[in-house]
Ligand binder design. Sequence first.
Ligand SMILES: [Zn+2]
Length: 222
Amino acid sequence: MGAFQKGTALWPGGIVPYQPNENHPFWSVILKAINEMNNKTVVKFIEKTVQPDYVYFTSENSGNWSITVGKAGGPHQVNIDKNVRSLHELGHVIGLVHEHQRQDRDNYIEVHREFIDSNNEWNINNVINTTEIEYETEYDVHSFMHYWDTAGVSDKVKNKELAKRIATGIATIGISEMKDHVEGRSMVYKRDRRMHIVTSEFLSPLDIYCINNVYNNYAPTS
Ligand SMILES: [Zn+2]
């Protein structure tokens, strides 16, 4: 990580009140993400009492998302309907944008637009204007704010890839190394094309550095 955009509403004092929801199907996963953030950064998610600005968690069948990047003001909805990537959504809650949408990303990854489903284009193809970004650390492919390398891949590509794997066997013999590692992926790490990019469920050292730097130096105190 990581990048915050200029003008993002940061949580005063790094305190993020949240409404506990033990009926949420993935509550234990959400708590794990909260603990990761609380244990490793200066940001603290605390159970809500009377605070007007707070986070609440829903489980609508619409993917994982946060209603805004940074503090929404008032009740702030975070939807988690998958058993993974809760921590990523907490990243958006505290103000982080996607790592793979940084303007310098093409120096580090190749984005394969031809494989990406049109519904997912915005979250992968677009870059965020660097002049709008403040508080950026060096590019980090291991960031929890980086998408995984098959994110947004269209069903057409998935099926094609699957058909090819069946036709050629598990080892995908007969496919050139390059093709095997690029085809069917929405993005590839330039330094090591064999490496799979995953969205980490843990904070990387650079994630921790950037969050602490921003919240220690730029968050309002109250
Ligand atoms: Zn995201």
